[in-house]
Design a protein around this ligand. Structure first.
Ligand SMILES: *Cc1c(COP(=O)(O)O)cnc(C)c1O
Length: 430
């Protein structure tokens, strides 16, 4: 009782002090005090199963104790935490490990650019570099794409409400239909190929094609292997760089370290952020094919690039999970279990529902935003955190930690089903 009062007083203080811009504290109205793995604890003593994972930032769970040990050791040793982008053992060791364990085994060769700590900053850097390399301005991006809140990244993002909030004209990007945007019978890569080859299509020659292989914020829209390969071919023949935004779908989310591996792509630039540090510490980077590393020293800079503590955490995560194939295979196995459960629920409760996803990223498309909203709200009341996505937030999104145990995963899906059932009863009776 006292704890509940304390928690409600804290929420009131938050409402009074924090800007109106706050958002997730509204979707998930509780004060979260502690977390471990896939469970978050609220101040008033509730347990919440986390299927949101910080929008894909916590692929290895909250406070993963094995990663935490590496961070604690580093802090205890008085090693350099902040050093701008000066050389430190942490940075060099990270690059060497990433190079051997992640890149070399996949026959990939990149150099590393550590950008400011947000995904948006890494996207800005990638876009800037592509423009510099090609001497062109236009960035081809896709309907329902999301790349971040800064102006360059926002110009390449579809969401109308966010674009409007920019307050200035957003320029330098042209939108093309994503895979499946015009229904199953239209190959939108053909259209892309056509407008870029046509001297009179009105579409300026692109510096880059910027793509997510699964659109996270856009509604868990999944691009197919052939479509992605076709986009890569189009980029090459148009003289544009292919940039894969792997901020949300990278770091194992789709069952491989990179989301583009299944399609055998060889992107010119790859952008990583969210789960890169493996611990929720801010860390972002752009992987650059050596022939496109056209930067002058210091041409893209920033105070918090390659934070050493985050690099130490990232190193621990790679060392723990990516030295062999077992972890990725387990992600695929859990993902198939999720797909099966979600598809069964979709069939059971109504024929207009659709389940989309790859690896352990799933979307349950309720078609109607009010059903998705009521389901997410009801789920939270029952102890499950799920977020919504898609153009009108009509999709319930599932991003559980990749390290989740079967029992907790099953329990969370159970809560989702109950919440959906309840939401449908309410909407169908009103
Ligand atoms: C979250 C996200 C970004 C932006 O990252 P921030 O750290 O929020 O700036 C860019 N692209 C994708 C695909 C994302 O999911």
């Amino acid at each position: 009782m006292a704890r509940a009062m304390n928690a409600s007083r804290k929420m009131q203080a938050l409402d009074a002090l924090e800007s109106n811009v706050r958002s997730y504290s509204r979707s998930f109205p509780a004060v979260f005090s502690r977390a471990r793995g896939s469970i978050m604890l609220t101040e008033d003593g509730r347990k919440v199963v986390d299927f949101f994972s910080g929008a894909g930032t916590l692929n290895y769970g909250h406070n993963n104790h094995r990663i935490k040990a590496a961070i604690a050791d580093y802090l205890a040793s008085d090693a350099v935490v902040h050093g701008l982008d000066m050389a430190t053992p942490a940075k060099i060791d990270f690059m060497e490990l990433f190079n051997t364990v992640i890149l070399a085994r996949r026959n990939l060769e990149y150099c590393f650019q550590f950008t400011g700590p947000t995904g948006a900053n890494a996207i800005e850097a990638a876009i800037k570099l592509a423009r510099k390399v090609t001497g062109r301005q236009n960035i081809i991006s896709f309907t329902n794409g999301y790349h971040g809140m800064s102006l360059g990244a926002m110009a390449a993002s579809g969401n109308r409400a966010y674009r409007t909030a920019s307050g200035v004209a957003l320029s330098g990007a042209t939108f093309m239909p994503y895979d499946g945007y015009l229904g199953p019978d239209v190959d939108t890569a053909d259209y892309l190929q056509k407008v870029l080859a046509d001297e009179s299509s009105g579409i300026d020659c692109p510096a880059a094609i910027l793509v997510e292989t699964v659109q996270g914020e856009g509604g868990i829209n999944v691009a197919g292997r052939e479509w992605l390969q076709a986009v890569q071919t189009v980029a090459k023949s148009a003289g544009a760089l292919l940039i894969v935004d792997d901020v949300q779908m990278g770091c194992g989310r789709t069952g491989h370290f990179f989301s583009f591996e299944f399609a055998d792509l060889s992107p010119d630039l790859v952008v990583l952020s969210k789960s890169l540090s493996g611990y929720g510490l801010p860390l972002s980077m752009v992987l650059i094919k050596k022939e496109f590393d056209a930067w002058q020293p210091g041409e893209h800079t920033g105070t918090f690039r390659g934070n050493n503590l985050a690099l130490v955490a990232a190193m621990a995560a790679i060392d723990l999970y990516w030295r062999d194939e077992a972890f990725g295979l387990e992600v695929l196995r859990l993902g198939e279990f999720m797909r099966h459960r979600l598809e069964t629920i979709a069939v059971k409760y109504g024929n207009s529902f659709a389940v989309r996803g790859r690896g352990m990223a799933f979307g349950f498309d309720c078609q109607m935003p009010e059903i998705a909203a009521a389901t997410a709200r009801g789920a939270f009341e029952r102890g499950l955190m799920v977020e919504r996505c898609g153009p009108v937030d009509q999709v319930v999104k599932f991003l559980p930690a990749l390290t989740i145990d079967c029992e907790t995963l099953d329990h969370g899906l159970e809560i989702f089903e109950q919440a959906l059932n309840q939401a449908l009863k309410r909407t169908r009776s009103s």
